[in-house]
Design a protein around this ligand. Structure first.
Ligand code: 5GP
Length: 190
């Protein structure tokens, strides 16, 4: 069986990666499996352990890194986030196209390790709109919001390193464009 694609979706925090993903992840023609990340951040209201993230402690996360269990990992605004390698490999070996939704440092690691990965960067229509979206979550203290905004400005400079840059003005439209890009990559692999 042909190994599935590795797909990276990145972009600044708050750009709507999760909302866009939800618009196409269940399209079975794309044969997608979402890679659930491990994080040390506390769950937000409504987030489910094992579905949104594998919530873990700092000690467990550091041990997993030491054991070489992570495909990539990064520290983001005071917490660790990372992709467990074995799940990604198992799914790809079953022919599934695995979607990683990760921030830019992790995406750089994956692009270096797997140059064939399909990399997509999502940008907001404007930085003002991004700020509105980050504040709209109303879940974090002002200090963290400021850190996310400062980071976003730097993250945007890395868009040029990705194969595709897609604007999330309308989530369904962005999702449709990503679906086309994945379909094209699947045809090229066939
Ligand atoms: P949030 O706290 O908003 O859920 O996530 C913060 C940032 O970490 C987002 O940009 C999100 O895409 C990213 N992220 C989520 N999971 C991972 C991961 O496994 N690895 C890396 N490098 N970033 C991640």
């Amino acid at each position: 069986m042909k190994k599935g694609l590795l797909i990276i979706i990145s972009g600044p925090s708050g750009v709507g990666k999760g909302t866009v993903r939800n618009c196409f992840i269940n399209d079975e023609s794309l044969r997608l499996s979402y890679s659930t990340s491990m994080t040390t951040r506390a769950p937000r209201v409504g987030e489910v352990d094992g579905k949104d993230y594998l919530f873990t402690t700092k000690e467990q996360f550091e041990q997993a890194v030491k054991n070489g269990e992570m495909l990539e990992w990064a520290e983001f605004v005071g917490n660790y986030y990372g992709t467990p390698l074995s799940v990604v490999e198992d799914l790809r070996n079953q022919g599934r196209n695995v979607l990683l939704e990760i921030e830019v440092q992790g995406a750089t690691q994956v692009r270096e390790k797997c140059p064939d990965a399909l990399s997509i960067f999502i940008v907001p229509p404007t930085m003002e709109e991004l700020e509105k979206r980050i504040r709209g979550r109303r879940s974090e203290p002002e200090e963290i919001v400021q850190q996310r905004l400062a980071k976003a400005a730097n993250e945007m400079k890395l868009a040029k390193d990705y194969k595709y840059v897609i604007c999330n003005e309308d989530p369904q439209l962005a999702a449709d464009m990503i679906s086309l890009v994945i379909q094209r990559a699947m045809r090229e692999e066939a």
